[in-house]
Structures are given as structure tokens and as C-alpha cells.
Ligand binder design. Sequence first.
Ligand code: ADP
Length: 258
Amino acid sequence: PGVRDVRVALTAVKQTGPTLIAVGSGKGGVGKSTVAANLAVALARLGKRVGMIDADIYGPSQPTLLGVHARPEAEGKQLIPTPSPHGVDLLSVGQLVSAGHALAWRGPMASGALSQLVEGDWKGRDILVIDLPPGTGDVQLSLVQKSKPAGAVIVSTPQDLSLIDATRAIDLFRKTNVPVLGLIENMAGYDCPHCGQPSDPFGQGGAEAAARVLGVPFLGRLPLSASLREASDAGSPPAAGDGPAADAFRDLAQRILA
Ligand code: ADP
């Protein structure tokens, strides 16, 4: 599917409720959650009413990334999203369990919890970003089938985006008729703080090349950056501030809305 198909899909969903954008990855640890949080904040800064569904049962990090520490309120069985200081309302699987406790859930239990997040009180939102669990297993598949995102963004480092990983993640969305909005290359390039010399710890250009081969749009690259990591750990997404990282996420958000 090309950019045009994606636009048609986004327009179609807009009329009936919030537009869902899934953020996925073939692997864990590539920065999927960091990118999802900052994209959500960037979309909010563009004037959208944005919600975040943190469905990453293996490592729910949106409460930390968005600086939300409260448990969600509920009305009857329906969860009410918790506002964050950065204008993005959150429902996270991490809010449903005590900090530090592992989620040793089997498929049906995980799916039940994820349904609760998707079926939260999201009325009035324009866009919901879903931070998917990494990989392409049953949990991901049923979540995508249930939530029916209007589009999906895939995050990869330049190196780990072997064609096989990319193909798997893209295949999951194609099988479920979710248009792939494009690939974002994260941790691409690093400027040494001592000598200023640029280097590429995870290689260079892998995601862009893979996007070309796979026929999906390449949305852009984000550098490996200590300040991005520090701000993320502190619950203050760089997209909420000023500077190159905020500009990069605004550009990505605009490209996704285009
Ligand atoms: P995933 O959701 O893919 O598992 P995370 O978003 O949790 O990955 O990121 C994994 C780790 O890498 C986190 O510590 C995060 O702060 C860090 N990280 C992500 N992107 C970058 C980047 N561009 N530069 C530096 N650190 C990053």
C-alpha cells in the first residue's frame, strides 16, 4: 500500500471515532516505546487530542516516558484514561499491575487486559497511538484485529532491520489489512561528545534500504542520543520541549498526518 491508500484509510476512520495508529517493531529494545511517546506528544502539539494505549505487556514503559504515576480511574468496568503533563492521555498495561511485578500472563489473560485498554473511555480523542508489544505473535495479531488501526508505523535500528524482521512486522499488518504508514530508523548515527566525530554504532541506512525493498515509505531517522535517553527516563519527552529532537518528532508527526 502506498501513501495514498493510507490517507484514504485515515480519512475513513476519522468519521467514526479516534484514528488509531499502531507503533510496532520486529524486536524489543529498538526504541519503539520512546518513539511512540514522542510521536504522541508531537501530535498533541500539532493540535490533536491524543491518547496513548500502552499495550506492551513485556515492558510497559509509557507511564515512565509520559510521567504518569496514577492508576486509571474507572466508571463501572470502563477505564478512564489518565492525563499526562504533556497533553497525552494514557491507559497502560503498566498501570494495571504493581511496579516491579512481572506480567506472567498467558494469552487469554493478556488479551483480556489489552481489551480493557482499547475499550477505555476514549471519546473526544482525534488520535490514539498504540504502543504494541514487540514481535509478531498471537497477542499482537489479536490486538491488531481487535483495535483495527488505521495505519501502522514500524520502528527499527539500522542494524536489526534485517529484511526478515521487517518483513515479519510488515506482514502482520498486511495480513490484517492495516496500511503500513512507514518505517522510522532509530539510533541512527552518534556524534562522539569528546571528539565530535560521527559514528554509526548500529550501521547506516539499513531501514531506508529495507523500506525501499519492501515498498513502504521511509519516514525518517533519529540519532542515538544520550539526552534523548535521559529526558525519556525522567518522564519529560523531548518532543515536548525545543531543539532538534522536538523538530524531528514534529516532522515525523506531520508526515504521518499528511
Ligand atoms: P522498545 O520499546 O523498542 O523496547 P524503548 O523505547 O524502551 O525500546 O528503548 C529502549 C532503550 O533505548 C531505552 O532506555 C531508551 O531510553 C533508549 N533509547 C531509545 N531510543 C534512543 C535513542 N535514539 N538514543 C538513545 N537512547 C535511546
